[in-house]
Design a binder for this molecule. Structure first.
Ligand code: ZN
Length: 474
């Protein structure tokens, strides 16, 4: 619990949210020109991470330019954010953890920046503030520099900026992306991205999407330009800097396959990484068309981070992945990356289906029925600590019940449907209905009931929300 407000502690949270804006309101009149605006909220009231994200605007595009010095673990950069105001704004916030803000502009005019912890409050000057009226599109540029920080999650895992032996990797679930660029860091605000990264010659900078052109080298430094056209939640943005063996190919459907593997683990990873197109195609058969124009994988050394992450287009693996892990992270491209949770309470909508994808793979490829995986998960005490749709705290959003019991919910739906063709049509319909959008648990349960025509309130009560373990056939 360093910079984040802990879980559901209503009193300190309200106080901390209100304070910076209160101070600001006292220091300056709320409105100096034509806009009778109000400050954009400093958080979007996520039930677990209330200060993540910001209210009053919707980002459509991030153009991030970074110069990375891996020896010193420093970076210098700028972000140009294109956003649309969803209210008349007198000021608005961006999330940024660590780093130093060197300057900021709104519509090319110098903007005042007030910083309180991870919250930047920007106020446009009188000539630019008309662009902050509801419905208007505005451009913000923030220049920043420093040593990006590693963030320790409530559950003790590390994210944000993670130094590696030969560079660094940026991982952002659930809050880490604010460690390397200012933005609206909540999964509910998805945007397109362009990332231009300059690193010492000999190193590679890998990110999401596709390369917008060949890398260029000048004065011993190489620049990589990555373009992500499809909407992306900021926690799925990544940057891996280091020595990588890269391969580019095209699979069926014209999808670009870009893989980047640390040479130290290249041999041990080769067989699994070569199966990326096969796994994507198999999952497309079960979950619907692959939602993105690019896929691939980033495989770094085993000591780089303790966990894999479904970074968009290109999952990150700390060391050679198993096929099961590849299946899991790739399934997230549908469940999590394309259909993104509305809040961190809905994390099981990511992890339940991704875990179930592993069970399905075992069933079809290795002859272990999903029923057997269900029984193993059912017998595992760790899966019964809390209901998957209601983790007790921010520290628990990545705990076993969200995965194992989340997958059990999907299995119970499959049993209720009692027809595999209909069951997979249901999954495909879900990924189609919310493609490139956001969805909540309530959206999911309503969708399943509507499509199946069944009242499944008993199933939700027992498996999704119930505190005790129901009978396995209940
Ligand atoms: Zn997962």
């Amino acid at each position: 619990m360093d910079h984040r407000t802990p879980v559901r502690g209503a009193v300190p949270r309200v106080a901390r949210t209100a304070l910076p804006l209160l101070v600001l309101a006292l220091l300056a009149p709320a409105c100096s020109g034509g806009v009778e605006g109000k400050p954009g909220a400093s958080g979007v009231r996520d039930p677990y991470f209330p200060k993540l994200g910001n209210g009053g605007y919707d980002v459509s595009h991030y153009a991030i330019t970074l110069d990375v010095d891996p020896d010193e673990q420093r970076l210098r950069g700028s972000v140009e954010i294109t956003a649309r105001a969803t209210q008349d704004l007198s000021s608005f916030n961006l999330d940024l953890a660590g780093l130093t803000v060197d300057s900021a502009t709104v519509e090319g005019r110098p903007a005042a920046v007030n910083r309180a912890g991870d919250e930047l409050t920007l106020r446009a000057d009188a000539k630019a503030e008309d662009r902050l009226r509801r419905g208007e599109t505005f451009r913000v540029v923030v220049r920043y520099s420093g040593s990006p920080k590693t963030i320790t999650d409530p559950d003790g895992s590390e994210e944000g900026w993670l130094p590696t032996d030969d560079g660094a990797v940026a991982l952002g679930e659930p809050t880490g992306s604010m460690a390397w660029f200012p933005g609206n860091h909540h999964p509910s605000d998805k945007a397109a991205y362009d990332l231009t990264v300059t690193v010492p010659k000999g190193l590679t900078a890998v990110s999401n999407g596709v390369l917008a052109g060949p890398p260029t080298t000048e004065k011993g430094r190489t620049t990589f330009r990555w373009h992500t056209a499809e909407p992306m939640a900021s926690y799925l943005a990544t940057l891996a800097v280091g020595r990588f063996e890269t391969k580019t190919s095209t699979m069926a459907g014209g999808i670009t396959v870009f893989t980047a593997v640390d040479p130290e683990v290249a041999k041990a990873s080769a067989r699994t990484v070569a199966r990326v197109p096969e796994v994507v195609a198999w999952e497309a058969e079960h979950f619907g068309p692959y939602p993105f124009s690019a896929t691939g994988a980033i495989v770094d050394r085993e000591d780089d981070s303790g966990y894999a992450l479904e970074t968009q287009n290109r999952p990150f693996f700390p060391g050679p992945p198993s096929v099961g892990l590849l299946v899991h992270e790739m399934a997230h491209q549908w469940f999590g990356d394309s259909v993104t949770p509305k809040s961190w309470r809905d994390m099981w909508l990511n992890e339940g289906p991704a875990t179930y994808a592993e069970w399905l793979w075992e069933e079809e490829k290795n002859g272990t029925p999903a029923e057997e995986s269900f029984e193993d998960a059912y017998e595992d005490e760790d899966n019964w600590a809390f209901p998957p749709a209601d983790p007790p705290s921010a520290a628990a959003v990545s705990d076993d019940p969200v995965y194992g019991r989340g997958a059990m919910v999907i299995h119970k739906i499959r049993e209720a449907v009692d027809d595999d063709e209909e069951f997979f049509a249901l999954l495909k319909g879900w990924t189609k209905a919310h493609r490139h959008g956001n969805a909540s648990t309530a959206d999911f349960t309503a969708y399943v009931e509507k499509e199946t025509g069944q009242d499944l309130s008993g199933l939700w009560k027992a498996w999704l929300y119930g505190r005790s373990r129901p009978a396995a056939d209940g």
